[in-house]
Design a protein around this ligand. Structure first.
Ligand SMILES: NC(=O)c1ccc[n+]([C@@H]2O[C@H](COP(=O)([O-])OP(=O)(O)OC[C@H]3O[C@@H](n4cnc5c(N)ncnc54)[C@H](OP(=O)(O)O)[C@@H]3O)[C@@H](O)[C@H]2O)c1
Length: 304
């Protein structure tokens, strides 16, 4: 059976299964990458205010000539904007040059308090991140529900939320998050989180699907599956998610990779079993660990 091109969100909307990532795509390069991707079959772009390139992403969207309504655009509320979601959203909409988002996510379950050190990545005098440990995430979610109900975003969700954080949010939510965007790949398959999200109708999205390059691409088991299927390791890593019902967000600024990363193949049950089992065989690895000095509730991730 051909792999799915779209999944259905709990809002009823369709989300394209593969989206172009834009983190660490330099402003000078991302405009062309986004425009090229949209002209070459992508219809889903993953952006965020903290990436510092939303204006150029918006220019790339404009350059592509693809009508806004044909594109699925995601962005994320940055940590310093948690007490004022509408303001964070407005900055993003202005930068992207659009009047709505298809999906808006709380980027991290962490509020940062801006100070003179930085507006977006503030630190305390001792160099630790300026985290507001008393901030109630359900208040950020309540404001997310407000912008959703006002029609400024077509769906709302979270990113980097573990099961304990989701359990806590569940006590207060009136709108169930449509998406949880987390680091996912065969070295970090997060089977328990996938089960929890499936049970609650929350779609998982895989960030860093290529492991931000090393060490996934060179893993012998992944290379073997790639060889067997006559595709690149990147195609196996991207296809892995779509085959398990997860949307995937590979990032590239290179035209040949943007094209090849949109290719998704159907993987056999046997290949999926191998990929799903790699972490349990001692290869477990989290790659993206920003230092918030905060336990984010993931089994493998404390006090970072
Ligand atoms: N919510 C969050 O907290 C969060 C965190 C991290 C990422 N994300 C989202 O997820 C997206 C993807 O994650 P990511 O950027 O960390 O990493 P990724 O997509 O796993 O890997 C990107 C890296 O792989 C290279 N690459 C891309 N395609 C390749 C290919 N076919 N063969 C070999 N190398 C290839 C890219 O270089 P070139 O550009 O030079 O091709 C880049 O260095 C981000 O861009 C962002 O949109 C979200």
């Amino acid at each position: 059976m051909a792999p799915s091109t779209h999944f259905k969100l709990n809002t009823g909307a369709q989300i394209p299964t593969v989206g172009l990532g834009t983190w660490r795509s330099e402003p000078g390069q991302v405009r062309q990458a986004v425009s090229f991707a949209l002209k070459n079959g992508y219809i889903h772009i993953d952006a965020a205010l903290i990436y510092g390139n939303e204006y150029e992403v918006g220019q790339g969207i404009k350059d592509s000539g693809v009508p806004r309504e044909n594109i699925f655009i995601t962005s994320k509320l940055w940590n310093t904007h948690q007490p004022n979601v509408a303001e964070g959203l407005q900055q993003t909409l202005k930068a992207l040059g659009t009047d709505y988002l298809d999906l808006y996510l709380i980027h991290w379950p962490v509020r940062l308090v801006p100070n003179e050190s930085s507006a977006l990545l503030p630190v305390n005098p001792d160099g630790t991140r300026s985290v507001d440990r008393s901030w109630d995430q359900s208040e950020s979610w309540r404001q997310m529900e407000e912008v959703y109900k006002a029609g400024k975003v077509k769906a709302i969700g979270v990113a980097n939320w573990s099961i304990p954080y989701l359990e806590e949010l569940k006590r207060k939510w009136t709108v169930v998050p449509a998406v949880n965007q987390v680091e996912l790949h065969p070295f970090l398959p997060q089977h328990a989180l996938k089960e929890w999200c499936d049970k609650h109708g929350i779609l998982l999205e895989a960030y860093s699907p290529l492991g931000s390059e090393a060490p996934l691409m060179s893993d012998p088991a992944i290379q073997e599956i790639a060889k067997k299927n006559g595709v690149s390791p990147a195609t196996v890593l991207i296809s892995y998610h779509v085959n398990r019902g997860v949307a995937v967000l590979p990032k590239s600024i290179k035209e040949n990779r943007i094209v090849s990363n949109s290719q998704v193949i159907t993987l056999s049950r046997e290949d999926m079993d191998v990929l799903n089992g790699l972490a349990a065989q001692g290869k477990a690895k989290r790659i993206n660990t920003p230092l918030f000095g905060w336990d984010l509730g993931f089994d493998d991730w404390y006090e970072r």
